[in-house]
Design a protein around this ligand. Structure first.
Ligand code: F6P
Length: 546
């Protein structure tokens, strides 16, 4: 399959002309005034997600050229190749089939093994969940399985961020199950804090690692095993399970119950596999299946909706438009739902590990930017931290608001305040405030030293700052599944257009290798051959700097 790189297409040149002539200067306030139907024209329905793109710096012509770009770059063919299981991860010679993990039986490649593993994993999840339900205090019961009151997931990156994010998002459904804990950092403070207060007889450890070689995870798994033995734990086989593609290494560690997955599931796309076990334990098998169904519905939308109404396609195109034409280097994610407080961290891996690449598929250095920096905090907390910069700073940073219509609590007034805040921030970014408005509002005696006009200038907002709003009806397993699949496909779209491999992560390897080389030096103090900075720091850490 050979398609031109995005910057070598006619559509790219057309976009450049369009940007110079119209795009750069588009004013959202004028655009809304000119076109009363702008909201209708630029808002889109996808499964479980309503998206308002109308507060973005684009118009019908921009979309037209962007869609031309998608066609010229063969986006549909690339998408179809991925969904069909072709080896689209070229640098690792692998297929990319996380979509097969959420497809109904018989509907995607590898269906038999996917569903056999899913069934086994979910049966186990329900069994664990059931023990906690029957015996929430963790008291001994005669007969049945020992009650598990605490589950500790040990994993990092894709073996942590997805389940951790999703368990937090669906917390109201998890209250009747065991407590879920997550340990990821090699920093011993992480596992130390979690193990404190746990009872080995009531604790289940999930060692989650695609490779089962990751330094952090192996260190924490050994620490957990030592702790378990020291606490008088007797039945390791019942208290440690593995989730991995490396069954041999898990067996060598002493794990007898393992749920597998496959090399065609990337770590950051693995939440739908047995890596989702913590989520399945938290919410139960029926809800986990609803989560998969939500994702599958978004897969169908991505596979079949016309490009002009295909939400992952539109968001991916918008990302390229901002990154490569407007030059915006970051995007802020603002989920107005406390349950989504780990979403920005999850998206950082999904997007930045996938698309943080500097060469095209032929290995040629790219002359344009790729992954933006993705960052954020849940609303309204972010408003009291960095929103100042978003409103009045010198950089324009597109913001993505996520609003959820129905809360999972009964505090209606607070929910109304939350939603009003989200709407208001998007509005303020777009509308801004002129000097005349600031002058009209300003109290005449506000400052003894600055005159009214100077004070007013500090209180103006440039406005015309873009945002997208994604709207969910409620945060449920199904809507969460759709939302996450939307993000996955959006990352695929921008990566495909940029002509990069979104599915490898060679950039994490160098630091791992250097760490392995430095580790013995921390013990020996040998700094021979090291650069002066690393040598100096290492000596200080050894306390040998005098
Ligand atoms: O950080 C690199 C990485 O390979 C991620 O892609 C992956 O999600 C993480 O490490 C954990 O890997 P594993 O599941 O093999 O322990």
């Amino acid at each position: 399959m050979s398609f031109p790189r995005c910057d070598r297409t006619a559509a790219w040149a057309a976009l450049q002309g369009h940007f110079q002539a119209h795009g750069r200067g588009l004013d959202l306030r004028e655009a809304f005034a000119r076109d009363p139907a702008r909201f209708q024209a630029l808002s889109f329905e996808a499964p479980e997600v309503f998206a308002d793109l109308s507060k973005n710096l684009l118009d019908a012509a921009t979309l037209h050229f962007l869609l031309d770009l998608a066609r010229e770059c063969g986006l549909e063919a690339r998408r179809d190749a991925m969904l069909a299981g072709e080896s689209v991860n070229l640098t690792e010679g692998r297929a990319v089939l996380h979509t097969a993990l959420r497809a109904p039986r018989g509907a995607a490649p590898f269906s038999d093994e996917v569903h056999a593993t899913l069934d086994a994993m979910l049966a186990f999840a329900d069994e664990v969940r059931g023990t906690a339900k029957r015996d929430p205090e963790g008291k001994d019961r005669s007969g049945g399985p020992v009650a598990i009151t605490d589950v500790v997931n040990i994993g990092i990156g894709g073996s942590d961020l997805g389940p951790r994010m999703a368990v937090a998002a669906l917390e109201p459904l998890a209250r009747s199950g065991p407590r879920l804990h997550f340990v990821s950092n090699v920093d011993g403070h992480d596992i130390d804090a979690v193990l404190r207060g746990l009872d080995a007889r009531r604790t289940l450890f999930i060692v989650a690692s695609k490779t089962f070689t990751t330094q952090e995870t192996m260190a924490n798994a050994h620490a957990a095993r030592d702790w378990f033995d020291a606490q008088g734990g007797t039945d390791r086989a019942a208290h440690f399970v593995g989730v991995t593609t490396n069954l041999k290494a898990a067996a060598a560690f002493g794990i007898t119950r393992t749920f597998g997955f496959w090399d065609w599931v990337g770590g950051r796309y693995s939440l739908w596999s047995a890596i989702g076990l913590p989520l399945a334990i938290a919410v139960g098998s029926a809800q986990f299946r609803a989560f998969l169904d939500g994702a599958h519905a978004m897969d169908r939308h991505f596979a079949t909706a016309p490009l002009a109404r295909n939400l992952p396609v539109l968001l991916g195109l918008l990302d390229l438009w901002y990154r490569n034409f407007h030059g915006f280097a970051s995007r802020s994610v603002a989920p107005y739902h406390q349950g989504l407080h780990r979403l920005p961290a999850y998206l950082q891996q999904l997007e930045m590990e996938s698309n943080g690449k500097g060469v095209d598929l032929d290995g040629a250095p790219l002359p344009y930017g790729t992954s933006p920096v993705v960052w954020g905090e849940p609303g309204t907390n972010g408003q009291h931290a960095y929103f100042q910069m978003l409103h009045q700073g010198t950089d324009v940073i597109p913001v993505e608001f996520i609003l959820v219509r129905q809360p999972a609590h009964a505090l209606r007034d607070q929910h109304a305040k939350l939603l009003a805040n989200g709407l208001a921030q998007a509005q303020a970014l777009m509308l801004g405030k002129t000097i005349d408005q600031a002058l009209a509002e300003q109290a005449p005696t506000a400052s003894a030293t600055l005159d009214r006009a100077t004070l007013a200038r500090h209180r103006t907002f440039p406005g015309n700052r873009p945002s997208t709003t994604l709207l969910l009806e409620a945060l449920t397993p199904r809507t969460l599944g759709s939302l996450i699949a939307l993000y996955e496909h959006r990352v695929f779209v921008s990566g495909a257009l940029w002509g990069i491999n979104s599915f490898d992560q060679w950039g994490v390897e160098l630091g791992k290798a250097l760490c392995n080389a430095l580790l013995p030096r921390l013990d020996s103090g040998d700094v021979a051959g090291l650069d002066a900075s690393t040598a100096g720091l290492l000596q200080r850490l050894k306390g040998a700097h005098a």
